[in-house]
Design a protein around this ligand. Sequence first.
Ligand SMILES: [Zn+2]
Ligand SMILES: [Zn+2]
Length: 312
Amino acid sequence: MGKKNRSGFVVSIIRWVDSEAGGGGQPVDAANRVQWVRIVPFIFLHLMCLGVFWVGWSWVAVATAAALYLVRMFAITGFYHRYFSHKSFQTNRFWQFIFAVLGNSAVQRGPLWWASHHRHHHRFADTDEDPHSPVRHGFWWSHVGWLVSARHFPTRAPYVKDWRRFPELVWLNRFDTLVPFLLALKLYLLGRLLERYAPGLGTSGGQMLIWGFFISTTVLFHATVTINSLDHMVGRRRYATPDTSRNNALLAMITLGEGWHNNHHHYAISARQGFFWWEIDPTFYILKLMSALGIIWGLRPVPEHVRQPNAM
Ligand SMILES: [Zn+2]
Ligand SMILES: [Zn+2]
């Protein structure tokens, strides 16, 4: 192993905790190549799901996994996507940070990283420049390949100039595995406490960790990225957008409303993605509730002339 390779190896490991170690910009080797050392934690996340064969299951562990799936899916769709990527509503700096942390706990990297690549996707959707187009680069590339390749690890800084003025977000974006690590640790400790003080629940530290963190997070990850892969392949197209986005009710269900992706590419700035009452969009319902409570405001609507097919 040459000196350059060795330092690259060490930097890849440091980036497990400090995503900007060795400089946060575009790497010299910005090829579409899988960075195996860098993604060891991501592979570990998947392998740990097999721990279920050792720890077994209990209702409390499965319910924790489901609850963390739903809460974190909302943080991704409502905030990483509709707020940080599209500014489809407003909030204050406090709630902005709280939901950035919650989104970060979903292990989909930092809010600036997520928003910058997503904005890039909208700008170049289904062209060769699109980081995750299944029609250009195939299903697996759009689903997970792009995300583990050297070219797509750095945050695309020019796309998130608006967020870079918040030091707390820049910090969170840099140390993007800290919050997930703390969540995993808390789940383990909670399981230990329940094991000791509520033995009737039949759970344990290991079980709460495997279900609450590893299984919940892995399922959440794959559900989210179906929007990049399947939702550009399977479903109906109401609007003749220049990309191949689709509306898919099943994907909308598992992603709390993101499956109305053709609607979304047609008019991305709206807080709602289900444009008609029968297009179920749980994220939007929760956002409405939060706006009634005064936590967020200024939800951007879908104008009637935009909503009608063949408009725009
Ligand atoms: Zn898309
Ligand atoms: Zn979007």
